[in-house]
Design a protein around this ligand. Structure first.
Ligand code: AVJ
Length: 332
């Protein structure tokens, strides 16, 4: 037992190599006819805090609905996870969800908290370690959507991956399937996946959840431009961009965009010079998809990705689902 947490930083926004890669990624997205910026740019320290604020909004039902499902089924979930397991928390953010489980008696032998927002991760994990010094804790600053590299010292047995909050919704269904397959490859048959998934529901409920009256989601969306300016030296004028979010029923996804209020030029540095793009009034930058699933649809996705023994819990309105599945070890 150590009072110190280990922090392994495998992703550094500010390293020269990473910066060059991110600039290329930014340029590729901005220069498409339909411009886009990846949702990972939401999560600087302020973005992570704004997301925490979103989870408290009356319109944003996913977090509290998922928490209610956990409360309701905790004894069963505890039984399924068993003892002496490692909890690998993917995109832990404030680590609040894992902390709640620990306080409710669901205690892992070790806790591996993974997040791209490295400074936020360090603070969150230090606070959690102070509350629960008996749990071995490790932080991993990593863009796990890119590559999930776990430390060699983490035993292969009883790895329980925790992927709550419907973060899986940021992937398209084929990307989600590929990601889940890669996850399955990181555990053996004694491991498992505990994953939260937002369900298809009435469009009005979904629209409101991503366009709240207080404007917190709008701030979260627009903060992405502030982050891109600060990290990559772009020159977005934040005030020129309007938050747009809606449920696209045909594709079963929330789309978030930033829409130019007037004609604007945006520039960002290249290796040698600056590149620019003009946006006409009303043109949009696509910043996020948040896919919604039917229970049967997600179960199929899990089994296609190599998981078996699939269980699902939901709330009385069937707005959100929590799945547990084991890795199907019989595959060759
Ligand atoms: C963190 C990806 C699960 O899609 O609901 C919340 C992000 N975006 N409001 C979601 C988000 C706008 C959130 N995820």
């Amino acid at each position: 037992m150590t009072s110190e947490i280990k922090l392994l930083q495998l992703f550094d926004w500010d390293s020269p190599g990473e910066k060059a890669r991110l600039r290329e990624e930014l340029a590729a997205g901005l220069l498409q006819p339909q411009a886009s910026i990846a949702p990972k740019f939401f999560y600087d320290a302020l973005g992570s805090r704004l997301f925490e604020a979103i989870t408290e909004l009356p319109e944003y039902y996913p977090t509290r609905t998922e928490a209610a499902i956990f409360d309701e089924h905790l004894p069963e979930i505890r039984r399924i996870l068993g003892a002496d397991f490692s909890l690998v928390d993917l995109g832990c953010g404030s680590c609040a969800k894992a902390g709640k489980l620990f306080h409710a008696g669901l205690l892992p032998a070790r806790y591996v908290a993974v997040d791209i927002s490295v400074d936020f991760l360090r603070d969150s994990l230090q606070n959690l370690k102070r509350e629960l010094p008996a749990i071995d804790m490790m932080g991993l600053g990593l863009d796990f959507t890119d590559e999930l590299r776990l430390p060699d010292e983490l035993p292969l047995e009883r790895r329980m991956f925790f992927y709550p909050g419907s973060s899986i919704g940021n992937f398209s269904p084929p990307e989600a399937r590929a990601f889940l397959k890669r996850l399955a490859g990181q555990m053996d048959a004694t491991g498992g996946l505990l994953i939260g998934v937002d369900l298809i529901k009435d469009k009005a409920v979904l629209d409101a959840a991503y366009d709240d009256a207080l404007g917190v989601t709008a701030a979260f969306n627009r903060n992405l431009l502030r982050h891109v300016n600060a990290r990559l030296d772009a020159d977005f004028a934040i005030g020129d961009w309007r938050h747009v979010a809606f449920y696209n029923e045909a594709d079963a996804r929330i789309e978030m965009h930033l829409e130019a209020r007037r004609g604007v030029d945006v520039s960002w540095p290249d290796d040698t010079t600056r590149r620019t793009r003009h946006f006409a009034a009303g043109e949009r930058i696509h910043t996020e998809n948040s896919y919604k699933y039917s229970p049967a649809g997600f179960e199929t996705l899990l089994s296609e990705a190599g998981f078996t023994d699939i269980r699902m819990w939901t709330d009385p309105r069937a707005w959100f689902a929590l799945f547990f599945a084991r890795q199907g070890s019989t595959r060759t």
